[in-house]
Ligand binder design. Structure first.
Ligand code: HEM
Length: 407
């Protein structure tokens, strides 16, 4: 028998609690998950169990909520609604398949590996600045500055432009800050500047190809099909939006978890070959992307529940990552854990699975063992403050630590 979703008797997730207290919110989700695979939230429904999160993310009738982010935040001004263009993050169907096919190779693990020596150099430089002091704010001193040079190197933008990219990233990412009425003109200005900059860079790469992502994207061709100039500009913005705050917050989340597990930190320093497992395990244990959003593009029946067209769901990757049906002893953080039958879900699943996963993995796999070696005896020193977990991307705002100086 099919029950309309609105008639389900299920737990209710309190969004106010979400904003106020990370642990209380995680506990509320866990309690809900022990009772049901689905809970009600302010906008629709939260999906709590691993298998349902994956099944719903893989079902193409559920469309990304990225295209609705403005409406969901109450923007009605046609000037801004009309500026929107389709991004890979929000495209669906044939359009999305075509984009993924064209850009896939440019985001391959091999392409990411080219940047590993540069990643180590960047992290080393950031640690050099704090190592003699024996104390640092990991979020501010390491996490915040780390991804921008990598994205610039990836795109082939010169060092003198790092500051520009940093500002554009901050401004464009205001889209997630929940204050769009005030922020829209700032976001639009940053997008215009970035677009203009990218068009110049594309022109340069067309006449002088280089070993970078932009050159790969310009050259990308499948059966005579290519990305248009508009699509190239969109991809650069997607990389900046999706690839900076995620990486910096995941690094903060991962180091915060290690700071609570000093033996695991010492083990990683001793055995840097554990880096890939350390990355997957810390992303499972505390992921920077806690959940995502989808809406029903048509009436959908799933698990005998009818979700009418337009229904909003929030698959919770964070809760799924602690699902006992997939992970043994999920509340234990252990970088020597044997891989489970399924991967951790912080990069998502289905057609929108993180395009930059290989790059992000490389960034974290290079940073974590290097930090473990150079910041031994890491311990939290002071108050760790967290971004509210209602924002799309979650992590520590401040992570003050001490460590043994001089390594
Ligand atoms: C640890 C860091 C990262 C995390 C946790 C992360 C997480 C995610 C997640 C969960 C999604 C899917 C969202 C959804 O299904 O609604 C996604 C999509 C995406 N990510 Fe990442 N990401 C990270 C780093 C990066 C990097 C470094 C880049 C680019 C260089 C990137 C580019 C993208 C793009 C373009 C998409 C959209 C893919 C599509 O819609 O087809 N991400 N990411």
């Amino acid at each position: 028998m099919t029950t309309p979703a609105s008639e389900l008797e299920i737990p209710v997730i309190d969004v106010a609690l979400e904003a106020a207290d990370r642990d209380a919110h995680a506990e509320a989700l866990r309690m809900a998950a022990s009772q049901s695979w689905i809970a009600r939230n302010l906008f629709g429904f939260t999906i709590l169990h691993y298998d349902d999160v994956v099944a719903m993310l893989r079902d193409k009738r559920w469309h990304s909520a990225a295209s609705r982010i403005m409406e969901l935040q109450g923007v009605t001004d046609p000037v801004y609604l009309e500026r929107r263009r389709t991004s890979i993050l929000s495209a669906e169907g044939e359009e999305h398949t075509r984009l993924r096919r064209l850009v896939g190779t440019a985001f391959s693990p091999r392409a990411a590996d080219r940047l590993r020596p540069f990643m180590r150099q960047v992290v080393d430089g950031l640690v050099d600045a704090v190592a003699p002091n024996g104390r640092a704010d990991i979020a501010v001193d390491i996490g915040e500055p780390y991804p921008i040079p990598i994205i610039c190197q990836l795109l082939g933008a010169p060092r003198e432009d790092w500051k520009l990219f940093s500002r554009w990233a901050t401004d464009v990412l205001r889209i997630f800050n929940g204050n769009l009425e005030h922020d829209l003109p700032i976001i639009a200005a940053a997008q215009d500047e970035l677009d203009e900059y990218t068009r110049d860079l594309i022109a340069q790469r067309r006449s002088a190809p280089a070993e970078d992502l932009l050159t790969d994207l310009i050259a990308a061709e499948e059966a005579g099909d290519r990305l248009s100039e508009e699509e190239l500009v969109m991809m650069v913005e997607a990389v900046l939006v999706a690839g900076t705050d995620t990486t910096r917050n995941q690094l903060g989340c991962s180091v915060a978890v290690f700071a609570e597990h000093p033996q695991q930190w010492a083990l990683l320093a001793e055995r840097p070959e554990l880096a890939p497992r350390a990355v997957e395990e810390s992303m499972r244990y505390l992921g920077a992307v806690r959940g995502t959003g989808r809406f029903a593009s048509e009436d959908i029946v799933y698990n005998d529940v009818l979700f009418p067209a337009g229904t909003f769901i929030a698959p919770s990757m964070a809760t799924a990552n602690r699902d006992t049906s997939v992970f043994n002893d999920p509340d234990t953080f252990d970088i020597t854990r044997q891989p489970a039958r399924q991967p951790q879900l912080t990069f998502g699943s289905g057609i929108h699975f993180c395009l930059g996963a290989a790059l992000a993995r490389a960034e974290l796999q290079e940073a974590l063992p290097l930090l473990a070696t150079r910041l031994p005896d890491l311990a939290v020193d002071g108050t760790v403050t967290w971004k509210p977990s209602t924002v799309g991307i979650f992590g520590p705002e401040h992570l003050p630590v001490t460590f043994t100086a001089g390594h």
